[in-house]
Design a protein. Structure first.
Length: 164
């Protein structure tokens, strides 16, 4: 059974959502490709276990025409050549920022990101990663449920939540 929301009213989170929506709007006004934003948001959401954001960004990439297999193997992005060097650099930067450890961000991690992104683009990418990590933390902490969406193949499949 899914975890129940932790607040009796979703209105409690309204001020937090408003603040995150403002910074999200700023993160959308960048020079970066929209699909790259969805890709890094999906990867950070995988690392953070945010069901709400996983659902949303999988849907966004599908709607943008991404291949199902490319979406499905994202956790193993280092093992395959389906991602461009720019996408790989963005994913590595996303993982570094999402999992900042005692060593911080290393010179090697920064140099690898700078090889694919201008200073401005890297600052914008960093904002995107900050934003998704904020959303992930709110949604995970307070058990915000994902939204269901249909794919051509899922329409014919039974709803396991109601059949189990």
């Amino acid at each position: 059974m899914a975890d129940a929301p932790r607040f009796s009213s979703p209105d409690v989170l309204a001020p937090v959502r408003r603040a995150l929506l403002q910074i999200s709007a700023a993160a959308e006004r960048t020079s970066l490709e929209p699909d790259l934003g969805h890709l890094v948001s999906l990867r950070a959401s995988q690392l953070n276990g945010c069901a709400f954001c996983l659902s949303m960004h999988v849907r966004d990439l599908r709607e943008a025409g991404w291949r199902e297999d490319k979406i499905a193997v994202l956790p193993a992005w280092r093992e395959i050549d389906w991602y461009t060097p720019r996408e790989k650099a963005a994913l590595a930067w996303t993982e570094a920022l999402t999992r900042i450890g005692p060593e911080g961000i290393t010179d090697e991690q920064f140099s690898a990101a700078r090889a694919e992104f201008s200073e401005q683009e890297l600052a914008e990418l960093t904002l995107k990663v900050i934003v998704i990590n904020g959303w992930n933390r709110v949604n995970v902490a307070f058990h915000v449920a994902p939204e269901r969406f249909e794919t051509p193949s899922s329409a014919a499949m039974p709803d396991l939540a109601t059949t189990v």
